[in-house]
Design a protein around this ligand. Structure first.
Ligand SMILES: NC(=O)c1ccc[n+]([C@@H]2O[C@H](COP(=O)([O-])OP(=O)(O)OC[C@H]3O[C@@H](n4cnc5c(N)ncnc54)[C@H](O)[C@@H]3O)[C@@H](O)[C@H]2O)c1
Length: 384
Protein backbone atom coordinates (compact mmCIF):
# COMPACT_ATOMS: atom_id res chain seq x y z
CA UNK A 1 0.00 0.00 0.00
CA UNK A 2 2.53 2.58 1.19
CA UNK A 3 5.06 0.96 -1.14
CA UNK A 4 2.69 2.00 -3.89
CA UNK A 5 2.56 5.46 -2.29
CA UNK A 6 6.32 5.84 -2.49
CA UNK A 7 6.46 4.43 -5.99
CA UNK A 8 3.69 6.78 -7.09
CA UNK A 9 5.44 9.81 -5.63
CA UNK A 10 8.70 8.70 -7.24
CA UNK A 11 6.88 8.32 -10.55
CA UNK A 12 5.48 11.84 -10.18
CA UNK A 13 9.01 13.08 -9.55
CA UNK A 14 10.17 11.59 -12.84
CA UNK A 15 7.17 12.47 -14.96
CA UNK A 16 7.21 16.06 -13.71
CA UNK A 17 10.78 16.34 -14.98
CA UNK A 18 9.64 14.99 -18.33
CA UNK A 19 10.99 11.42 -17.96
CA UNK A 20 8.25 8.82 -17.87
CA UNK A 21 10.47 5.73 -18.11
CA UNK A 22 8.86 3.45 -15.52
CA UNK A 23 11.99 1.28 -15.19
CA UNK A 24 13.66 4.27 -13.59
CA UNK A 25 11.21 4.18 -10.69
CA UNK A 26 13.26 2.56 -7.99
CA UNK A 27 12.71 2.20 -4.27
CA UNK A 28 15.88 4.09 -3.41
CA UNK A 29 14.33 7.27 -4.76
CA UNK A 30 12.79 8.00 -1.37
CA UNK A 31 11.65 11.58 -1.53
CA UNK A 32 9.03 13.19 -3.68
CA UNK A 33 9.56 16.87 -4.35
CA UNK A 34 8.23 19.57 -2.08
CA UNK A 35 7.93 20.33 1.54
CA UNK A 36 7.87 17.39 3.97
CA UNK A 37 6.22 17.15 7.34
CA UNK A 38 8.72 15.68 9.76
CA UNK A 39 7.73 14.78 13.31
CA UNK A 40 10.24 14.01 16.07
CA UNK A 41 9.34 12.35 19.36
CA UNK A 42 11.95 12.91 22.06
CA UNK A 43 12.11 13.27 25.85
CA UNK A 44 11.60 16.71 27.43
CA UNK A 45 14.62 18.25 29.13
CA UNK A 46 12.89 21.28 30.69
CA UNK A 47 15.36 23.12 32.97
CA UNK A 48 18.24 20.93 31.77
CA UNK A 49 17.84 21.85 28.08
CA UNK A 50 19.92 25.03 28.29
CA UNK A 51 22.62 23.57 30.52
CA UNK A 52 24.65 22.09 27.68
CA UNK A 53 24.71 23.30 24.04
CA UNK A 54 25.31 19.71 22.91
CA UNK A 55 22.26 18.34 24.70
CA UNK A 56 20.65 17.60 21.33
CA UNK A 57 18.41 14.60 22.05
CA UNK A 58 15.58 16.44 23.84
CA UNK A 59 12.44 18.10 22.48
CA UNK A 60 13.82 21.56 23.21
CA UNK A 61 16.97 21.10 21.11
CA UNK A 62 15.34 18.67 18.66
CA UNK A 63 18.60 17.09 17.36
CA UNK A 64 19.81 20.56 16.37
CA UNK A 65 18.25 20.26 12.92
CA UNK A 66 15.29 22.68 13.13
CA UNK A 67 16.93 25.59 11.32
CA UNK A 68 18.41 23.29 8.68
CA UNK A 69 15.02 21.67 7.98
CA UNK A 70 12.96 24.85 8.06
CA UNK A 71 15.41 26.73 5.81
CA UNK A 72 14.64 24.09 3.16
CA UNK A 73 10.90 24.63 3.52
CA UNK A 74 10.14 21.54 5.56
CA UNK A 75 7.82 21.51 8.56
CA UNK A 76 9.34 20.13 11.78
CA UNK A 77 7.06 19.26 14.69
CA UNK A 78 8.60 17.98 17.90
CA UNK A 79 6.81 16.51 20.88
CA UNK A 80 7.19 14.17 23.85
CA UNK A 81 3.42 13.54 23.97
CA UNK A 82 3.17 10.08 22.42
CA UNK A 83 0.52 7.98 24.19
CA UNK A 84 -3.21 7.61 23.74
CA UNK A 85 -5.69 8.68 21.08
CA UNK A 86 -5.53 12.41 21.91
CA UNK A 87 -1.78 12.87 22.22
CA UNK A 88 0.13 15.39 20.09
CA UNK A 89 1.77 12.66 17.99
CA UNK A 90 -1.60 11.18 17.06
CA UNK A 91 -2.72 14.54 15.57
CA UNK A 92 0.14 14.45 13.06
CA UNK A 93 -0.04 10.75 12.13
CA UNK A 94 -2.45 11.25 9.19
CA UNK A 95 -0.20 13.67 7.26
CA UNK A 96 3.43 13.22 8.39
CA UNK A 97 6.03 12.03 5.87
CA UNK A 98 8.87 11.19 8.26
CA UNK A 99 8.71 10.14 11.90
CA UNK A 100 11.87 10.37 13.99
CA UNK A 101 11.65 8.39 17.22
CA UNK A 102 14.13 7.48 19.91
CA UNK A 103 14.41 4.35 22.08
CA UNK A 104 14.89 6.54 25.15
CA UNK A 105 11.32 7.83 24.91
CA UNK A 106 9.85 5.44 22.39
CA UNK A 107 6.85 6.38 20.31
CA UNK A 108 5.19 3.02 19.80
CA UNK A 109 4.52 2.81 16.07
CA UNK A 110 1.78 0.21 15.94
CA UNK A 111 0.16 -1.38 12.89
CA UNK A 112 -2.85 0.82 13.61
CA UNK A 113 -0.77 4.01 13.51
CA UNK A 114 0.95 2.85 10.33
CA UNK A 115 -2.43 2.26 8.71
CA UNK A 116 -3.54 5.80 9.58
CA UNK A 117 -0.27 7.36 8.36
CA UNK A 118 -1.18 7.63 4.70
CA UNK A 119 1.78 9.91 3.77
CA UNK A 120 4.40 8.16 5.89
CA UNK A 121 7.50 7.00 4.02
CA UNK A 122 10.34 6.93 6.49
CA UNK A 123 10.79 5.98 10.14
CA UNK A 124 14.13 7.02 11.61
CA UNK A 125 15.40 5.89 15.01
CA UNK A 126 17.66 8.42 16.73
CA UNK A 127 19.78 5.73 18.39
CA UNK A 128 19.82 1.94 18.01
CA UNK A 129 16.95 -0.54 18.41
CA UNK A 130 13.75 -0.07 16.41
CA UNK A 131 11.58 -2.62 18.21
CA UNK A 132 9.16 0.16 19.21
CA UNK A 133 8.05 -0.02 15.58
CA UNK A 134 5.84 -2.87 14.37
CA UNK A 135 8.47 -3.85 11.82
CA UNK A 136 6.33 -6.39 10.02
CA UNK A 137 3.53 -3.84 9.56
CA UNK A 138 6.11 -1.29 8.38
CA UNK A 139 7.51 -3.79 5.86
CA UNK A 140 4.04 -4.73 4.63
CA UNK A 141 3.25 -1.03 4.14
CA UNK A 142 6.46 -0.51 2.14
CA UNK A 143 7.98 1.89 4.67
CA UNK A 144 11.69 2.35 5.23
CA UNK A 145 12.91 1.96 8.82
CA UNK A 146 16.48 2.97 9.59
CA UNK A 147 18.56 3.65 12.69
CA UNK A 148 21.94 5.20 13.40
CA UNK A 149 23.79 1.90 13.69
CA UNK A 150 26.91 2.16 15.83
CA UNK A 151 26.06 5.62 17.17
CA UNK A 152 26.00 4.77 20.86
CA UNK A 153 27.71 1.39 21.11
CA UNK A 154 30.71 2.70 23.07
CA UNK A 155 28.33 4.54 25.42
CA UNK A 156 26.41 1.32 26.15
CA UNK A 157 29.49 -0.92 26.47
CA UNK A 158 31.05 1.47 29.01
CA UNK A 159 27.78 1.60 30.94
CA UNK A 160 27.57 -2.21 31.01
CA UNK A 161 31.07 -2.44 32.44
CA UNK A 162 30.00 0.01 35.14
CA UNK A 163 26.90 -2.04 35.95
CA UNK A 164 28.90 -5.25 36.17
CA UNK A 165 31.23 -3.63 38.72
CA UNK A 166 28.32 -2.09 40.63
CA UNK A 167 26.70 -5.52 41.01
CA UNK A 168 29.90 -7.48 41.72
CA UNK A 169 30.93 -5.00 44.45
CA UNK A 170 27.39 -4.72 45.91
CA UNK A 171 27.76 -0.96 45.48
CA UNK A 172 24.15 0.22 45.64
CA UNK A 173 23.35 -0.79 49.26
CA UNK A 174 26.63 0.81 50.35
CA UNK A 175 25.73 4.07 48.64
CA UNK A 176 22.28 3.88 50.19
CA UNK A 177 23.83 3.54 53.67
CA UNK A 178 25.71 6.79 53.15
CA UNK A 179 22.53 8.64 52.28
CA UNK A 180 20.52 7.19 55.18
CA UNK A 181 23.25 7.92 57.78
CA UNK A 182 24.14 4.22 58.32
CA UNK A 183 27.56 2.54 58.54
CA UNK A 184 27.50 -1.22 58.20
CA UNK A 185 30.52 -2.68 56.43
CA UNK A 186 29.35 -6.26 57.00
CA UNK A 187 26.01 -5.56 55.31
CA UNK A 188 27.92 -4.90 52.08
CA UNK A 189 31.01 -7.08 52.41
CA UNK A 190 29.28 -10.43 52.90
CA UNK A 191 28.53 -10.53 49.19
CA UNK A 192 31.03 -8.19 47.52
CA UNK A 193 33.53 -9.87 45.17
CA UNK A 194 36.36 -9.14 42.75
CA UNK A 195 35.58 -9.28 39.06
CA UNK A 196 38.88 -11.05 38.34
CA UNK A 197 38.48 -14.75 37.69
CA UNK A 198 34.72 -14.65 37.18
CA UNK A 199 33.02 -16.10 34.12
CA UNK A 200 31.22 -13.44 32.08
CA UNK A 201 29.00 -14.46 29.17
CA UNK A 202 27.49 -12.08 26.66
CA UNK A 203 24.32 -13.17 24.90
CA UNK A 204 24.84 -11.39 21.61
CA UNK A 205 28.28 -10.29 20.52
CA UNK A 206 27.62 -7.70 17.85
CA UNK A 207 28.91 -4.15 18.09
CA UNK A 208 28.16 -3.59 21.80
CA UNK A 209 28.93 -7.14 22.91
CA UNK A 210 32.38 -7.04 21.28
CA UNK A 211 33.23 -3.65 22.75
CA UNK A 212 32.24 -4.95 26.17
CA UNK A 213 34.40 -8.07 25.76
CA UNK A 214 37.35 -5.90 24.72
CA UNK A 215 36.87 -3.74 27.81
CA UNK A 216 36.61 -6.79 30.07
CA UNK A 217 39.82 -8.40 28.81
CA UNK A 218 42.17 -6.52 31.20
CA UNK A 219 40.08 -7.67 34.17
CA UNK A 220 41.30 -11.26 33.63
CA UNK A 221 37.87 -12.85 33.49
CA UNK A 222 36.84 -16.02 31.71
CA UNK A 223 34.97 -14.58 28.71
CA UNK A 224 32.25 -16.44 26.78
CA UNK A 225 29.87 -15.37 24.06
CA UNK A 226 26.81 -16.75 22.35
CA UNK A 227 25.60 -15.31 19.04
CA UNK A 228 23.91 -16.42 15.82
CA UNK A 229 27.28 -15.83 14.20
CA UNK A 230 30.75 -16.87 15.28
CA UNK A 231 33.41 -14.15 15.09
CA UNK A 232 36.30 -14.66 12.73
CA UNK A 233 39.06 -16.55 14.56
CA UNK A 234 41.53 -13.66 14.51
CA UNK A 235 39.08 -11.27 16.21
CA UNK A 236 37.97 -13.98 18.64
CA UNK A 237 41.58 -14.58 19.56
CA UNK A 238 42.29 -10.88 19.96
CA UNK A 239 39.21 -10.40 22.18
CA UNK A 240 39.97 -13.56 24.11
CA UNK A 241 36.39 -14.86 24.30
CA UNK A 242 35.19 -18.40 23.65
CA UNK A 243 32.21 -19.04 21.34
CA UNK A 244 29.35 -21.05 22.80
CA UNK A 245 27.01 -22.26 20.09
CA UNK A 246 24.47 -23.63 22.55
CA UNK A 247 23.05 -20.87 24.74
CA UNK A 248 21.77 -23.29 27.36
CA UNK A 249 25.21 -24.84 27.72
CA UNK A 250 26.85 -21.44 28.19
CA UNK A 251 24.41 -19.87 30.66
CA UNK A 252 24.94 -22.21 33.67
CA UNK A 253 28.71 -21.57 33.46
CA UNK A 254 28.30 -17.81 33.92
CA UNK A 255 28.70 -15.78 37.12
CA UNK A 256 27.66 -12.72 35.13
CA UNK A 257 25.39 -12.61 32.08
CA UNK A 258 25.10 -9.56 29.84
CA UNK A 259 22.36 -9.27 27.23
CA UNK A 260 23.49 -7.68 23.97
CA UNK A 261 21.02 -8.73 21.29
CA UNK A 262 18.05 -6.93 19.74
CA UNK A 263 14.46 -7.60 20.71
CA UNK A 264 13.05 -9.79 17.94
CA UNK A 265 10.41 -12.48 17.71
CA UNK A 266 13.20 -14.99 18.54
CA UNK A 267 14.59 -13.15 21.58
CA UNK A 268 11.32 -11.92 23.16
CA UNK A 269 10.86 -13.67 26.51
CA UNK A 270 14.10 -15.64 26.03
CA UNK A 271 14.86 -15.39 29.75
CA UNK A 272 11.72 -16.99 31.13
CA UNK A 273 11.15 -18.81 34.43
CA UNK A 274 12.59 -22.12 33.18
CA UNK A 275 15.76 -20.61 31.75
CA UNK A 276 16.38 -18.47 34.84
CA UNK A 277 15.95 -21.55 37.05
CA UNK A 278 18.85 -23.23 35.19
CA UNK A 279 21.32 -20.36 35.79
CA UNK A 280 24.01 -20.48 38.47
CA UNK A 281 22.46 -19.56 41.82
CA UNK A 282 23.20 -15.90 42.59
CA UNK A 283 24.01 -15.04 38.95
CA UNK A 284 24.35 -11.33 38.12
CA UNK A 285 22.50 -10.09 35.05
CA UNK A 286 23.07 -6.85 33.13
CA UNK A 287 20.52 -5.98 30.47
CA UNK A 288 20.81 -2.73 28.53
CA UNK A 289 19.42 -4.42 25.40
CA UNK A 290 15.64 -4.58 25.74
CA UNK A 291 13.45 -5.41 28.73
CA UNK A 292 11.07 -7.71 26.85
CA UNK A 293 13.93 -10.19 26.30
CA UNK A 294 13.25 -11.00 29.96
CA UNK A 295 10.00 -12.29 31.44
CA UNK A 296 9.24 -9.40 33.83
CA UNK A 297 7.80 -11.51 36.65
CA UNK A 298 10.48 -14.21 36.34
CA UNK A 299 13.11 -11.53 37.00
CA UNK A 300 11.21 -10.28 40.04
CA UNK A 301 10.86 -13.83 41.39
CA UNK A 302 14.53 -14.60 40.67
CA UNK A 303 15.73 -11.45 42.49
CA UNK A 304 13.39 -12.16 45.42
CA UNK A 305 14.48 -15.79 45.85
CA UNK A 306 18.21 -15.08 45.39
CA UNK A 307 18.38 -17.17 42.22
CA UNK A 308 19.39 -13.86 40.60
CA UNK A 309 21.96 -12.20 42.89
CA UNK A 310 21.67 -8.82 41.17
CA UNK A 311 19.94 -7.35 38.12
CA UNK A 312 20.93 -4.07 36.50
CA UNK A 313 19.92 -2.36 33.31
CA UNK A 314 18.33 0.71 31.84
CA UNK A 315 15.60 -0.80 29.67
CA UNK A 316 12.00 -1.27 30.74
CA UNK A 317 8.77 -2.46 29.25
CA UNK A 318 7.02 -0.08 28.70
CA UNK A 319 8.91 3.21 28.75
CA UNK A 320 8.65 5.44 30.67
CA UNK A 321 8.23 2.74 33.34
CA UNK A 322 5.02 3.26 35.30
CA UNK A 323 5.35 4.10 39.00
CA UNK A 324 4.14 0.61 39.96
CA UNK A 325 6.53 -1.30 37.65
CA UNK A 326 7.67 -4.30 39.75
CA UNK A 327 11.35 -3.86 38.81
CA UNK A 328 11.34 -0.59 40.79
CA UNK A 329 10.57 -2.53 43.97
CA UNK A 330 12.37 -5.87 43.59
CA UNK A 331 15.40 -6.53 45.81
CA UNK A 332 18.99 -6.65 44.51
CA UNK A 333 18.42 -4.37 41.56
CA UNK A 334 20.53 -1.51 40.25
CA UNK A 335 18.14 -0.14 37.65
CA UNK A 336 18.11 3.32 36.09
CA UNK A 337 15.92 5.02 33.49
CA UNK A 338 16.98 4.43 29.87
CA UNK A 339 20.21 6.43 29.84
CA UNK A 340 23.18 4.38 28.68
CA UNK A 341 22.98 5.24 24.99
CA UNK A 342 22.10 8.90 25.38
CA UNK A 343 25.33 10.39 26.68
CA UNK A 344 26.15 13.79 25.18
CA UNK A 345 28.76 12.10 22.94
CA UNK A 346 26.13 9.62 21.73
CA UNK A 347 23.60 12.39 21.11
CA UNK A 348 26.07 14.26 18.90
CA UNK A 349 26.61 11.07 16.89
CA UNK A 350 22.98 10.04 16.52
CA UNK A 351 21.84 13.61 15.73
CA UNK A 352 24.46 13.75 12.95
CA UNK A 353 23.35 10.32 11.70
CA UNK A 354 19.69 11.37 11.52
CA UNK A 355 20.61 14.59 9.69
CA UNK A 356 22.70 12.62 7.19
CA UNK A 357 19.84 10.19 6.49
CA UNK A 358 17.32 13.03 6.08
CA UNK A 359 19.70 14.76 3.67
CA UNK A 360 20.02 11.55 1.64
CA UNK A 361 16.24 11.04 1.75
CA UNK A 362 15.67 14.55 0.34
CA UNK A 363 18.22 13.88 -2.41
CA UNK A 364 16.82 10.41 -3.19
CA UNK A 365 20.06 8.68 -2.15
CA UNK A 366 20.44 5.39 -0.29
CA UNK A 367 21.53 5.26 3.34
CA UNK A 368 24.62 3.38 4.56
CA UNK A 369 23.46 -0.26 4.24
CA UNK A 370 23.99 -1.13 7.93
CA UNK A 371 21.40 1.52 8.92
CA UNK A 372 18.44 -0.26 7.30
CA UNK A 373 16.11 -2.26 9.55
CA UNK A 374 13.30 -2.43 6.98
CA UNK A 375 13.89 -1.80 3.30
CA UNK A 376 11.92 -2.77 0.22
CA UNK A 377 9.44 -4.76 2.30
CA UNK A 378 12.19 -6.87 3.96
CA UNK A 379 13.40 -6.91 7.54
CA UNK A 380 17.15 -6.88 8.29
CA UNK A 381 18.38 -10.46 8.68
CA UNK A 382 18.55 -10.63 12.49
CA UNK A 383 14.93 -9.41 12.75
CA UNK A 384 13.53 -12.11 10.43
N1 LIG B 1 20.21 0.89 26.36
C1 LIG B 1 20.60 1.59 25.33
O1 LIG B 1 20.74 2.82 25.41
C2 LIG B 1 20.90 0.90 24.02
C3 LIG B 1 21.65 1.58 23.05
C4 LIG B 1 21.99 0.90 21.87
C5 LIG B 1 21.53 -0.37 21.64
N2 LIG B 1 20.76 -0.98 22.58
C6 LIG B 1 20.24 -2.36 22.34
O2 LIG B 1 21.33 -3.23 22.13
C7 LIG B 1 21.05 -4.08 21.02
C8 LIG B 1 22.36 -4.55 20.41
O3 LIG B 1 23.03 -3.44 19.81
P1 LIG B 1 24.29 -3.65 18.86
O4 LIG B 1 24.66 -2.31 18.33
O5 LIG B 1 25.32 -4.47 19.52
O6 LIG B 1 23.61 -4.50 17.70
P2 LIG B 1 24.32 -5.47 16.65
O7 LIG B 1 23.34 -5.65 15.57
O8 LIG B 1 25.68 -4.95 16.29
O9 LIG B 1 24.52 -6.83 17.46
C9 LIG B 1 23.46 -7.67 17.82
C10 LIG B 1 24.00 -9.09 17.86
O10 LIG B 1 22.95 -9.94 18.33
C11 LIG B 1 23.01 -11.14 17.56
N3 LIG B 1 21.69 -11.78 17.56
C12 LIG B 1 20.54 -11.28 17.08
N4 LIG B 1 19.54 -12.17 17.25
C13 LIG B 1 20.10 -13.26 17.84
C14 LIG B 1 19.58 -14.52 18.26
N5 LIG B 1 18.28 -14.82 18.12
N6 LIG B 1 20.43 -15.40 18.82
C15 LIG B 1 21.75 -15.11 18.96
N7 LIG B 1 22.29 -13.92 18.60
C16 LIG B 1 21.47 -13.01 18.03
C17 LIG B 1 23.43 -10.69 16.17
O11 LIG B 1 23.96 -11.75 15.41
C18 LIG B 1 24.44 -9.60 16.49
O12 LIG B 1 25.75 -10.09 16.55
C19 LIG B 1 20.19 -3.20 20.10
O13 LIG B 1 19.41 -3.96 19.23
C20 LIG B 1 19.36 -2.43 21.09
O14 LIG B 1 18.17 -3.14 21.39
C21 LIG B 1 20.45 -0.39 23.77
Amino acid sequence: MAMKRVAASALRAFTSSGDSTSSLVTRHLHASPGSKKIVGVFYDAKEYAAKNPNFLGCTENALGIRQWLESQGHQYIVTSDKEGPYCELEKHIPDLHVLITTPFHPAYVTAERIKKAKNLQLLLTAGIGSDHVDLKAAADAGLTVAEVTGSNVVSVAEDELMRILILVRNFVPGHHQVITGDWNVAGIAYRAYDLEGKTVGTVGAGRIGRLLLQRLKPFNCNLLYHDRLKMDPELENQIGAKFEEDLDKMLPKCDIIVINMPLTEKTRGMFNKDRIAKLKKGVLIVNNARAAIMDTQAVVDGCSSGQIGGYSGDVWNPQPAPKDHPWRYMPNQAMTPHISGTTIDAQIRYAAGVKDMLDRYFKGEDFPPQHYIVKDGELASQYR
